[in-house]
Design a protein. Sequence first.
Length: 266
Amino acid sequence: MSGQPLPTPAEVAATHGWRRVLAFGAHPDDLDFGAAATVAGLTRAGVEVTYCVMTDGDAGGFEAEDHHTITTRRQQEQRDAAALLGVRDVEFLGERDGYLEPTHAVIEQVVARMRRHRPDAVLAMHPERDWDRLQRSHPDHLAVGEAVVRASYPAVENPFAYPRLAEQGLEAYRLPWLVLYGGPAARTNLVVDVTGAEQDKLRALRHHVSQHPDVPRMEAFVLRGMAELHRRWSGPGAAAGEDAPERYAEGFHLVAVNDASTISGF
Ligand SMILES: [Zn+2]
């Protein structure tokens, strides 16, 4: 909308000084749907990205007969997809799929990981429901968003929150940035140009074979969404002729949790 070229993931990381990103999703494949192309751009720029998947993915898949193996299959799919994107590690919290709530037990686990990794930015699902496409707002997704936002302030930076974490040596930490994906379009305030990484996203999504009954349809949907977002945000100045190659974007709600101007009170 600005008419300015959209920033690349590398440019966003350089602008905000991101060297470490901790990324949360509810199910194996959420992070790849929401942010895989951006993640690929970040890791290529030298940013260290860790995934944390909060549920075991037990309610996914379409084949009833081998459902008992779905958790281990989905974890391996997520590890393979993450490795393709240059993600350093994938952690699984193992909460039950479909039952995630932002309880103190869950928030404490999020705080523990934030304090251990001390990321410059936390990438997570948006806690607000998208009424335009309800499927993006699975209750587990909203719960991830709510748990991560509650962990980001005040718990992660309050040394008296969940005191056994400090006893374990996990010191309080002031998180600079939250980057939320999958939220209502009206919240989008950061759109990154991921052109060149769109095929990485499709390759990552293809690893989640247990979840996609119709891969070509899924891929067309994902590509169209990224292209439409780029067109909408790049402004009339950037519109080229009909032969110009398609460009792609991913969108986020960027929240400054702590910057130089922040004063804190618990
Ligand atoms: Zn999901």
